[in-house]
Design a protein around this ligand. Sequence first.
Ligand code: HEM
Length: 291
Amino acid sequence: MTTARELSADELAAGGNAPEQRTTSRKRSQWPERALKYASITWFLAAALGQWIFVFYVALQYIPVLAQTGLPGLENTSLPDGYVPGDTLGNLSIAFHVMVAIVIIGSGPLQLTPQIRNRFPTFHRYVGRAYIALASLTSAAGLYLVWTRGVPGGMAGYIGISLDAALIMLFGGLAMYYAIKRKFVQHRRWAMRLFMVVSAVWFFRIGMMFWFMTTGGIGINPETFEGPFITFVYFGQMAVPLLFLETYFFAQKSKKPAVKSGAALLIFAAAVATLIGVFAASLGMWFPRIL
Ligand code: HEM
């Protein structure tokens, strides 16, 4: 008879089962872990694709007009108050804001790709510093624009987008602080939170277009661009992605397969919703403006 003392540590961990049974139970216990990993990769790829389409649109919409006609060219874009004669600081702010968007939205997914981070650490470090500095500066420019030129959507718009600017500066500072302290677990978490709040403007656009496509725009007054859904989306553009991200962190740490599987399902559903939103924003908003 086999006694507990004769079993190896692995066998004890597997409850003293035969090798085939151990392999099967290990595979079974790895399944939720893998599901979580693949669901998050799926969401990340959907988001990267959608963000690069947005970058493509911003580049084609703003670079040619700025290069050919300078700041007055902003009048011929889709921006509500793109060019205001006499307001040089405001006009420069909006030009800076859209040019920086190309750099930060374009580089964000690269910063979160582990293969790039591990193989090119110097690239990651320099792009990371530029990302944090530019995201904070462009948020300051955005704040100036919001509070001098206004924003659609009423007070929810003013408060929601200003809160986003504050979170970008706070999370950027924390991501940088933990990188300097070489506390990479905390750095990774704050950098991912930063990515979510920097991407809020993109979430806003795909969220709006998803809503129009699936409901026809319930909760939005088309005349004033105000209403319960607009209020929700001005705060949800940060709150919803951050909530999903915290769920992902929680599930990663959890030992319970049910928690991992549940989070995997949720993130997979988010990937599908993201793809629908990207599809709707590309065909309904971005491509018609540039093609
Ligand atoms: C840091 C992340 C941000 C990025 C990448 C970004 C990007 C952009 C882009 C690409 C546009 C042009 C929109 C279009 O053509 O559809 C835009 C417009 C604008 N952004 Fe930002 N933005 C960011 C954050 C902010 C913040 C934090 C504020 C305010 C506090 C802000 C205020 C504005 C305003 C007022 C406009 C013009 C009006 C509008 O289109 O809503 N942005 N932004």
